[in-house]
Design a protein around this ligand. Structure first.
Ligand code: NAP
Length: 490
């Protein structure tokens, strides 16, 4: 039997007693229990699903002080941020509760019969959706509540009628176990089976892989690095029966700005951007890791302001020692690939200093290294000579959760090209503000082309996240009792 440890993010010391890793037999048992729970849950009605989601939110809120303290110890993210994240997690759970009680999971297309010969004439058709089945869920280190055991993927899967088996993140193991215990209490209080929300733990990659490869798992939902997501995506595709794998991955989130916009924004804009780069110690998938500026004295003045504003930031500790080391490797790799440091203060501490570097567009276009995510308070400026070159830079990025476009308020051919270029590679395009912060709402799209997501047609945040776990089925010439169910699975 192997054992896992939880660590205090600020001291690196182990926290609590060692935790036994799940065996292959335990993974199998968790998936079997989820499969058994699916038999009923798949045709549960909206109020039943809503009651569970509400109860889960209630548990998190009732134990807020204890959970936030534990999360803070394991992640170092601070009580302010973690309280806000817990609020957001409860909001997500309740939003899906409200949606499913209003019928979001049971939406259908009714297409009554049309008499006559085809193609105009056709039989009665009803397009409904059925839940996929047990979902293997992988949480991210940087969102111990909102993208973890009871995070968005769990909320949307349960609302869709799917059980989940969560692979606990090694970066907040104790918190994952505690939140799971609360989830089991919520299930018991409603007379629901424990198998609806399972949890497995593992060192290394074997447990995660075993989970995705289990024949009774119907889909994967992953939030984490592009490297980890790619490995599990490959495992999902190599199965005898491949399954959908919704990977929300790393992203460099270009910010493109005209010199005029930078000049008008001045000091306040520089402060806002510096705060976004170092928010949460830069550990956000929407962190602005790439700044694409056109050469101009106004742009240079802004960069000097940004450099000063960033130098004044005091990032807190990183989530794990491994991430702290990866940040140094990432910034060194950028410098080795030809970027020039503007702000680079190497320190031997778990708290990094912000990093800012610059590079010309041709070198950026020639180097894959410069297009890789550097997870932490770091950003790279790419200098371009023209709109055409800016578009080349965006094309080279290829896929991103966001692109921010500052200064395209008027309808001109160049601005249209920039908007087209941004929409071609991003799931979300912002025209004001900074990309950190993802609203949980109806029109949200959190997922862009590879390498930012494995399924860019779907979103992991917002109401449409539910759709990932539902598969359409067309009913043809169905009996009246089935029509009367109005999209509710039987
Ligand atoms: P990570 O290292 O990829 O870990 C995510 C989960 O996957 C963990 O449970 C990890 O296991 C597991 N895992 C990683 N590689 C694996 C492999 N090869 N086989 C099986 N399992 C594997 O990511 P992270 O460090 O938690 O999170 C930081 C990254 O997530 C950043 O790149 C950030 O941009 C991205 N992120 C993306 C989003 C988004 O919505 N797109 C949101 C937040 C974060 P262990 O627990 O054992 O390490």
């Amino acid at each position: 039997m192997s054992f896992l440890h939880s660590y205090d993010a600020r001291t690196g010391q182990t926290l609590g007693a060692p935790i036994a890793a799940s065996s292959q037999a335990e993974v199998d048992a968790a998936v079997q229990a989820a499969h058994a729970a699916f038999a009923d849950w798949q045709h549960s009605d909206g109020p039943r699903r809503a009651a569970l989601l509400e109860a889960l939110a209630g548990q998190l809120e009732a134990q807020r002080a204890e959970l936030v303290a534990l999360a803070d110890q394991e992640t170092g993210l601070g009580a302010g941020r973690l309280n806000g994240e817990l609020d957001r997690t409860c909001f997500q759970l309740r939003r899906f509760a409200q949606g499913v009680s209003q019928g979001s999971a049971f939406a259908f297309t009714d297409d009554p019969a049309v008499p006559g010969a085809p193609p105009q004439g056709h039989p009665a058709m009803m397009r409904v959706r059925v839940p996929l089945g047990p979902v293997a869920m992988f949480s991210a280190s940087n969102f111990p509540f909102a993208f973890s055991v009871l995070g968005g993927d769990t909320a949307s899967a349960l609302a869709a009628g799917c059980p989940v088996v969560v692979k606990a993140h090694s970066g907040h193991l104790q918190l994952s176990l505690r939140v799971h215990a609360l989830a089991l209490q919520a299930l018991a209080s409603l007379g629901l089976p424990a198998g609806l929300i399972g949890l497995v733990r593992g060192a290394g990659n074997e447990i995660g892989r075993a989970l995705v490869e289990h024949p009774l798992i119907a889909a994967g939902a992953f939030t984490g690095s592009t490297r980890g997501g790619a490995a599990l995506l490959a495992a999902a595709r190599q199965r005898a029966r491949p399954i959908p794998f919704y990977g929300e991955l790393g992203s460099i989130n270009p910010v493109v700005a005209t010199p005029e916009y930078l000049q008008a924004g001045g000091e306040a804009l520089a402060q806002t951007l510096a705060a976004s780069i170092s928010l949460g110690c830069g550990q956000f998938c929407t962190n602005p890791g790439l700044l694409v500026f056109q050469r101009d004295p106004a742009s240079s003045t802004f960069v000097a302001r940004l450099q000063a504003a960033l130098a004044a930031q005091q990032p807190h500790v990183m989530l794990t020692r491994g991430m702290r080391e990866a940040l140094d490797r990432g910034t060194e790799a950028q410098l080795a690939a030809g970027a020039r440091a503007l702000l680079h203060e190497p320190v031997d501490s778990l708290n990094p200093r912000p990093f800012l570097a610059e590079v010309d567009a041709p070198r950026f276009l020639a180097s894959e290294t410069l297009r890789e995510e550097v997870f932490g308070p770091a950003s790279l400026i790419v200098w371009t000579d023209s709109v055409a070159q800016t578009l080349e830079v965006l094309r080279a990025v290829g896929g991103s959760l966001t692109v921010t476009l500052w200064g395209v308020e008027t309808d001109t051919p160049d601005h249209r090209r920039l908007v087209r270029g941004a929409m071609a590679i991003a799931g979300r395009v912002l025209f004001a503000g900074v990309p950190t912060g993802v609203a949980v709402t109806a029109a949200q799209q959190h997922g862009g082309p590879w390498p930012s997501s494995s399924e860019p047609m779907t979103t992991s945040v917002g109401d449409a996240a539910l759709d990932r776990f539902l598969r359409p089925v067309a009913l043809q010439d169905m009996p009246a009792w089935l029509t009367a169910r109005q999209g509710q699975p039987c």
